[in-house]
Design a protein around this ligand. Structure first.
Ligand code: AGP
Length: 609
């Protein structure tokens, strides 16, 4: 996720753009840049790796870039590490066309080859640079025509700001799947990824629709379809205050990031499914090497570890490869036994977790290949892993992870299905069915998120709870681990996750009248077993919340409250069952008045042992 800003009007553009970008740094902050038309035929471009402050210093708060028309960008790297060269804006060789982009161009490699074959030269590793050269390729003097032709060629998601040196009195913008707004006041017209960037200048905004193009001039703007048909649009009046606007109107970043999960899952999944086949280019493994993997060690911390526990069940179930999951803080000191043919997978949102990084180094020291499943491009783990499979979740601000965790699950499902297919464990019909179920997950997550009011009402009953238990078997145990952590880390209520069959070996003595037990039951083969565990705790006074599949009506005999999730392949059920549990933890914490985004004692990235 990145942030883009554009301005054209009567004021100096650079200070306005810098101010707007500073309100969008939550969308990305590993590099930043600006392009400003100097008024006498040239587009000046300044960009640099690092926080926006560096760009402000280099340009002396915009003074070195005079002009009344410009675009700017603050980056969250997806393709290409954070660097001066990979920072936006990108431009054609003549530097007469420049573009800033938020999103992922999924077919950029094919387009890059087409353009290279026609003599274009690339300087960056990014997908975005393809857009600058493709605009050059189609530009014959009509900028709107060039823009729409490019939009017909690219696949993926984008919010674009574009400058043509030939047309210094215009900025072009376009959008597909990545957010983009436009605005106007008496001093000019604006584009931005999000409301905070321009709220200081205007509260009247236009939400750009998918595959819509905007042409901005100093005193008016026009909207077009990708077929160059002009459209009309009603403005929306924004009544948020500035801080609320950074959360796009959500009360907390955590809630905002929960609601970004459908897009997070889509962005991590779809670029790796091509022509109904899973293609994980970044694996750099031949089919023969995949067949040669004798065991997989998954190593991580916290929620990433919980994702890894799910990964164990899914990979062993679909690929029939033995999987061992370790807490990184244990792995690094237990002198692990890594046998020939083993593969190590480390999972980390931040890519900076000290224990996980140490586990990676220990594995490499022993001569083993390490795959990193990481969210932050260019992070330490991303740089030191032999191969990296990115979770394209964008920057996660809330300390309690939600969207990155969901993206980690997707990465693990893709690995499991890919390895199972290559190793001959998944035949055609099942493969097609698995891909179909994966594609349905974003919409199903959206459906569950829209159920938040019911969960909020239930959560309000447990604001005063002292102990909560989460129980489940198999993948449901993995889901319980994450559900329990979500509750305790933001509401400070003690909770524990237990393998449901384990309760009677001691812990059940803690169950008292009214103790809340959340029973996760998404695995049909285990429905009956989990129901019997629910009956056990109910007999001792527990109040049982069940999270289960729509088909499992039997459970109503043993549960006091049931939350149903849509049907999916049991291997993927974690992606759905975790949503109500995330919402439950969130609303209990909100009800208690906790600092949800910055819980006490915690940090977003644990870079110390
Ligand atoms: C989860 O909500 C916590 N923020 C924490 O457990 C986190 O998952 C853990 O510290 C691992 O962080 P990483 O994914 O950045 O390595």
């Amino acid at each position: 996720m990145c942030g883009i800003v554009g301005y054209i009007g009567t004021k100096q553009a650079a200070p306005i753009i810098l101010d707007g970008l500073s309100k969008l740094e939550y969308r990305g902050y590993d590099s930043a840049g600006m392009a400003v038309y100097d008024g006498v035929g040239k587009i000046n471009i300044t960009k640099s790796v690092g926080r926006l402050k560096i760009l402000e210093n280099i340009t002396r708060d915009g003074e070195t870039m005079p002009g009344v028309c410009g675009i700017g960008h603050t980056r969250w790297a997806t393709h290409g590490v954070p660097s001066d060269t990979n920072a936006h804006p990108h431009f054609n060789e003549a530097e007469t066309i420049t573009v800033v982009h938020n999103g992922i161009i999924e077919n950029y490699l094919q387009l890059r080859k087409m353009l290279t074959d026609r003599g274009y030269h690339f300087v960056s590793e990014t997908d975005t640079e393809v857009l600058a050269h493709l605009l050059d390729y189609y530009y014959k003097g009509n900028p709107l025509e060039a823009v729409t032709k490019v939009l017909h060629r690219v696949e993926g998601s984008y919010a674009l700001g574009i400058l043509f040196a030939d047309c210094p009195d215009q900025i072009f913008a376009a959008r597909k799947d990545s957010p983009l707004i436009a605005g106007q006041n008496e001093d000019g017209c604006f584009i931005a990824s999000d409301v905070p960037a321009i709220l200081k200048y205007t509260r009247k905004v236009y939400y750009v629709d998918n595959q819509e193009v905007v042409r901005l001039r100093a005193d008016h703007m026009h909207f077009y379809t990708v077929d160059e048909e002009e459209t009309t649009k009603e403005p929306v009046f924004i009544d948020w205050d500035a801080s609320a606007a950074e959360k796009a109107g959500y009360e907390h970043f955590m809630l905002k990031e929960m609601y970004e999960q459908p897009k997070t899952v889509t962005d991590t999944l779809l670029p790796r499914i091509k022509d109904n086949d899973i293609v994980i280019e970044e694996l750099n493994m031949t089919d023969e090497e995949i067949c040669g993997v004798s065991k997989i060690h998954i190593v991580a911390c916290g929620s990433a570890y919980h994702a890894g526990v799910t990964g164990k069940y899914v990979i062993e179930g679909l690929a029939r490869i033995p999987v061992e999951v370790d807490l990184a803080s244990e792995f690094r000191y237990r002198d692990p036994i890594l046998e020939e043919g083993a593969m190590v997978v480390v999972i980390s949102q931040s890519g900076e977790t000290a224990d996980t990084l140490a586990a990676l180094r220990e594995s490499k020291k022993r001569g083993f290949q390490v795959l990193g499943i990481v969210n932050v491009v260019g992070s330490s783990i991303a740089r030191e892993a032999d191969n990296v499979m990115y979770t394209w979740a964008g920057p996660e601000i809330a300390v309690a992870t939600t969207k990155a965790y969901s993206a980690q699950l997707i990465a693990l499902y893709l690995l499991a299905v890919k390895f199972g297919r290559v190793r001959g464990k998944i035949e055609d019909m099942t493969y097609a069915s698995l891909l179909g179920d994966l594609r349905c997950l974003p919409d199903q997550i959206e459906l569950l998120l829209n159920n938040k009011n019911k969960i909020q009402r239930f959560a309000n009953r447990y604001i005063g709870a002292k102990d909560v238990f989460f129980i489940g078997r198999g993948i449901d145990y993995a889901i319980s681990l994450e559900g329990s952590l979500k509750l305790k880390e933001i509401s400070y209520i003690h909770s524990e996750a237990y393998a449901a069959g384990e309760l009677k070996h001691g812990t059940i003595s803690l169950i008292e009248e009214g103790t809340l037990v959340a029973a996760v039951s998404t695995q049909p083969a285990l429905y009956a077993k989990t129901i019997s565990n629910m009956v056990e705790v109910k007999a001792r006074g527990a109040f049982v919340l069940a999270v289960t599949c729509e088909e499992n009506k039997e459970i109503e005999k043993a549960a006091d409250y049931v939350i149903y999730i849509p049907e999916t392949n049991p291997y993927f059920a974690n992606s759905l069952a975790i949503i109500p549990l995330q919402l439950f933890g969130y609303y209990v914490a909100v009800g208690k008045g906790c600092d949800v985004d910055k819980p006490r004692n915690l940090a977003k990235s644990v870079t110390v042992e």
